[in-house]
Write a protein that binds this ligand. Structure first.
Ligand code: SF4
Length: 217
């Protein structure tokens, strides 16, 4: 089966399992989504959703966040990974939003990526989840599954993103990345397991990959 047919069939399975995948990070507007995504690096969404109610009660917008001392932000987000760096970046990012964009989150991926602490993946998440603009954020989980499913042989997330964008129609990207994340979280165990029994890997993974995985079990 060629890659495009594979992607079509995987898309049908994912649409059946997750017809309308919800956005996992709690937020109320593009700004609070951007902050939440910045907090989510190397941290679970659950943990981020635990700290953001108090953070956004103290600072719901760039003006109030930029007015908080970094130590106060740090105190509110201390339980997430890399908290000191994230506190500094969130304050600096908020100050720059005021300086460059009138206190609004720009609907432009290059302008987003120019903000402190905002990489390509974070900017892509904001483009699709805040502004409903087509983007395909690829994290390490999507990168790994795309390789297992034989949709990409990308050595890095940038190549995987380019491959997935070619295979899936643009109007599916925004839900497709969330569907793959949910599938990976809910159905893919971290340890070696029997790929041949899986509803996707069972037919999509290469025989070589299935054999390699079963040797590791
Ligand atoms: S075989 Fe395993 S890794 Fe592959 S999709 Fe199924 S559960 Fe995930």
């Amino acid at each position: 089966m060629n890659r495009r047919d594979k992607a079509d069939r995987i898309g049908e399975i994912l649409d059946g399992l997750y017809p309308q995948p919800p956005i996992p990070l709690d937020h109320r507007d593009p700004y609070t989504l951007l902050v939440s995504v910045m907090l989510s690096a190397q941290t679970t969404d659950k943990k981020v959703n635990e700290v953001t109610p108090a953070l956004f009660a103290a600072a719901p917008d760039p003006q109030s966040m930029a007015a908080l001392p970094v130590d106060r932000i740090l105190g509110l987000i201390r339980t997430v990974g890399l908290a000191p760096t994230k506190a500094r970046n969130i304050r600096a990012m908020s100050a720059l939003l005021i300086e460059r964009h009138g206190g609004r989150v720009p609907e432009d991926i290059d302008a987003l990526e120019a903000l402190p602490g905002v990489g390509h993946k974070t900017a892509s998440v904001v483009m699709c989840q805040a502004f409903d603009r087509p983007a395909f954020p690829v994290d390490t989980h999507i990168h790994r599954l795309a390789a297992r499913w034989g949709l990409s042989d990308g050595k890095n997330v940038a190549k995987t993103e380019a491959d997935l964008k070619k295979l899936f129609p643009e109007d599916t990207w925004n839900r497709r990345h969330l569907q793959i994340i949910y599938f990976g979280r809910e159905r893919c165990p971290a340890r070696g397991h029997d790929l041949s029994r899986c509803e996707i890997c069972g037919w999509a993974a290469s025989k070589k990959r299935i054999a390699e995985e079963s040797q590791r079990r």
